[in-house]
Design a protein around this ligand. Structure first.
Ligand code: PLP
Length: 424
C-alpha cells in the first residue's frame, strides 16, 4: 500500500508543508477567517478562494474607465475591445487546447445551451443523447429542454448511464456499451469530466473515441475538472467543452465561464453558431454590416462584448496557475488528496465510506464521504470547528484539498476535528 508512507501526526503534516515547493502559493489567496485564524477551507470545488491580486487589478479597470470613458476600449492598459484575448493562451494550457480553440465567455449553463445548438442537431433517426445518471441538475435541465426543443420526449431521447446495482461509480465499460448499443441513433455523448457528486474522473479520451466510432459527437462539462485534473482536449479529439471559473479557477461568484471547440469545428464556418457581433470577424466587426461572418476559432461563439469586470478575477487567477503550472499542481494534488484519504482511513469506525474512486488516476482532488448516519451532525460540528466543507443532500460531505492553497496541516486538522467528534 502506498499509504504506508504517510503518518497521522501534526508534525508529519508540517514537515510535508515545509518541503512543499508550492506552499508559498497559499499566501497569494485570502483565506476565510474563523475566530481570527485561517479556517480549514475544503470548498474550492464549490467556490475557489480570492487571489489577493484581484483588488488591485479591479482598481486598474475602474481607474481606466474613470480616465478614458468609452476610449478605454482601446486605451485601457488591458484594452476592453480585446479583453477576452488575455485568457486564450493560459486557458489553452489548462485544458490542453490551442489558444484559438478556447474563449472565456458567458456562464456555464448558458454555454452548454449554446454549444448544444451547434452540436445537437438531431434527425429523425439520430437524436439520442447519452449522459451520466445523477448529473448536476442544471445540466439535466439544459439537456432535457434541448431535446424537447427539437420535438423529442426527453425521457426517450436521453439515455442515462448509471452505476451498477449497489455501486456508486459508473463503470467505463458501461458507458462504452451504452454508446455502442445506441449506435446510429446516437447524436451526442455529454458527461461531466469529473462528476460533481462522487468526484469520479471519466476517461474522456476513450469516451470520445467510442462516440466518434458510431458517428456521434462528444462534449464535456468541465465544471469540476478544469484547474483540477490534467486535460488534453485537443489531442483527445473532444468536440466541445464548457466550464465555469468560480470553482477551481478561483474567479469569484458568477465569474465568466469558458468554452472549447475543437479546431475541426471552430475553423469551419459552416458549423452553426448562434450569432452575435462579438463572434463576428474582428476585422469587419465595426463595419456594422449585414450578414454574420464568424471569426475562426472558439471566439466565433461569442455573442456579446466582454464583461470586463467579471473577467478581472480570472485574469488574476490564471496568472497564479501559470506560475504554479498544471503539472506541478497535479503532482501535489495526488499527494495531498492521498494524504487526506490516508487520514480518513485512520478513522475506522466512523459511519462513512469514501465513494470517490480509490484509483488516483480516476479522480481529482475531491473526496466524497457518504455517511450511513449522522452526516449532517458531523458537518455542522466541523463548521463549528472552523472546517469549511460542502454538504450535499441527502448524506454526502465533499471535501476538496486544493493544491494551490490547501496545506497538509489543513488535512491533518480536518482529521483531528473528525477524531475529536467521534470521541464525544
Ligand atoms: C457548478 C456546476 C454548474 C453551475 O452552472 P452555472 O451555470 O455556472 O450556474 C453546472 N453544472 C455542473 C456540472 C456544475 O458542477
Amino acid at each position: 500500500m502506498m499509504n504506508t508512507r504517510y503518518e497521522a501526526s501534526l508534525e508529519y503534516a508540517r514537515d510535508c508543508d515545509s518541503s512543499d515547493t508550492l506552499f508559498a502559493f497559499r499566501d497569494r489567496f485570502h483565506i476565510p477567517q474563523h475566530h481570527d485564524t485561517d479556517s480549514k477551507y475544503f470548498c474550492g470545488n464549490s467556490l475557489g478562494l480570492q487571489p489577493k491580486s484581484v483588488a488591485y487589478l479591479m482598481e486598474q479597470e475602474l481607474a481606466d474607465w474613470a480616465k478614458y470613458g468609452v476610449e478605454g476600449h482601446f486605451m485601457a492598459r488591458n484594452p476592453w475591445f480585446s479583453y477576452h484575448h488575455l485568457f486564450s493562451e493560459r486557458l489553452g494550457k489548462i485544458v490542453g487546447a490551442l489558444k484559438d480553440e478556447v474563449v472565456a465567455m458567458n456562464t456555464l449553463t448558458v454555454n452548454l445551451h449554446l454549444l448544444m445548438l451547434s452540436f445537437y442537431r438531431p434527425t429523425k433517426t439520430r437524436y439520442k443523447i447519452i449522459m451520466e445518471a445523477g448529473a448536476f441538475p442544471s445540466d439535466q435541465y439544459a439537456i432535457a429542454t434541448q431535446a424537447a426543443m427539437h420535438g423529442f420526449n426527453p425521457d426517450e431521447a436521453i439515455i442515462e448511464v448509471a452505476p451498477r446495482q449497489g455501486k456508486h461509480l459508473i463503470a467505463h465499460e458501461d458507458i462504452l456499451e451504452a454508446i455502442n448499443a445506441a449506435g446510429e441513433s446516437l447524436a451526442l455523448v455529454i458527461l461531466g469530466g469529473v462528476n460533481y457528486y462522487t468526484g469520479q474522473l471519466f476517461n474522456m479520451e476513450g469516451i470520445t473515441a467510442a462516440a466518434h466510432a458510431v458517428g456521434a459527437y462528444a462534449g464535456f462539462d468541465l465544471a469540476h475538472a478544469v484547474g483540477n485534473v490534467p486535460l488534453h482536449l485537443h489531442d483527445w479529439q473532444v468536440d466541445f467543452a464548457c466550464w465555469c471559473s468560480y470553482k477551481y479557477l478561483n474567479s469569484g461568484p458568477g465569474a465568466v465561464g469558458g468554452v472549447f471547440v475543437h479546431e475541426v469545428h471552430s475553423y469551419d464556418p459552416t458549423v452553426f453558431r448562434a450569432a452575435g457581433w462579438w463572434g463576428n470577424d474582428e476585422k469587419t466587426r465595426f463595419k456594422m454590416e449585414k450578414h454574420f461572418v464568424p471569426q475562426a476559432g472558439a471566439g466565433g461563439w461569442q455573442m456579446s462584448n466582454a464583461p470586463v469586470f467579471n473577467m478581472v478575477a480570472l485574469n488574476a487567477s490564471l496568472d497564479v496557475f501559470d506560475k504554479a503550472g498544471m503539472a506541478a499542481l497535479r503532482e501535489k494534488s495526488l499527494n495531498l488528496t492521498g494524504y487526506m484519504e490516508f487520514l480518513l482511513q485512520q478513522l475506522e469506525g466512523l459511519p462513512f465510506e469514501i465513494i470517490t474512486p480509490a484509483d488516483p488516476a480516476q479522480r481529482g482532488c475531491q473526496l466524497s464521504l457518504l455517511f450511513f448516519k449522522d452526516g449532517k451532525k458531523y458537518f455542522d460540528a466541523l463548521t463549528e470547528a472552523g472546517v469549511i466543507a460542502d454538504w450535499r443532500e441527502p448524506n454526502v460531505i465533499r471535501i476538496a484539498p486544493v493544491p494551490l492553497y490547501n496545506s497538509y496541516e489543513d488535512c491533518y486538522r480536518f482529521y483531528a476535528a473528525m477524531l475529536k467528534l467521534s470521541q464525544q
